[in-house]
Design a protein around this ligand. Sequence first.
Ligand SMILES: [Fe+2]
Ligand SMILES: [Fe+2]
Length: 159
Amino acid sequence: MNATSQDAIALLKSDHQEARELFEEYEKKKDHASDEQKMDIARAVCGALLIHMEIEEKIFYPRVRQEIDDNDLMNEAEVEHEGAKELIRQLGELQPGDPMFDAKIKVLGEQIDHHVEEEEGDMFPKARKAGIDLDALGAELLAAKNKMRMEHGLPAVPA
Ligand SMILES: [Fe+2]
Ligand SMILES: [Fe+2]
C-alpha cells in the first residue's frame, strides 16, 4: 500500500463528492445547456453512482454488516440504493427535453444527499470504530471500481 492510497472511507467519500459536484453542475447549467450537454452530465452522474453503489453493495456493505451490529441501518441503505437505481432506470427512458427529466435528476440528487448523510454521519463512523482493515478494503474497492470503469470504457482511477 503506498502513501497516496485511499482507505475505503476516503474512497467512498470522494465518490460522494464527485457525484455532488456533477449534480451541482447539472443544476447550474440546465436552463441554458443543450440537450446533449445535459445528457452528458446525466450519464456521468448516473454511471458514477451505479459503479459506486455496486462496489458498496458487493464489497463494503457486507463487510460492515458483519462487523457492526446494526442491520436496520444496513437494510435502509440498501433500500435507498434500490430507490436511486429505480430513478436512474426511469431517467434512461427519458430524453433530456422531457419535462420530467430535470425533476428526476433533482430528486435523485436529493435522495443521494440524504443517503450520503446517513453513510458519512452514521455508517462510516461505525465501520471505523469496528476496527475493519480500511486500507485493505480501500484497495479492494479501487480494484473493483477500476474493473467496472474499464468495462464501461472509462479510464482507470490511480491509487
Ligand atoms: Fe456511498
Ligand atoms: Fe450507498
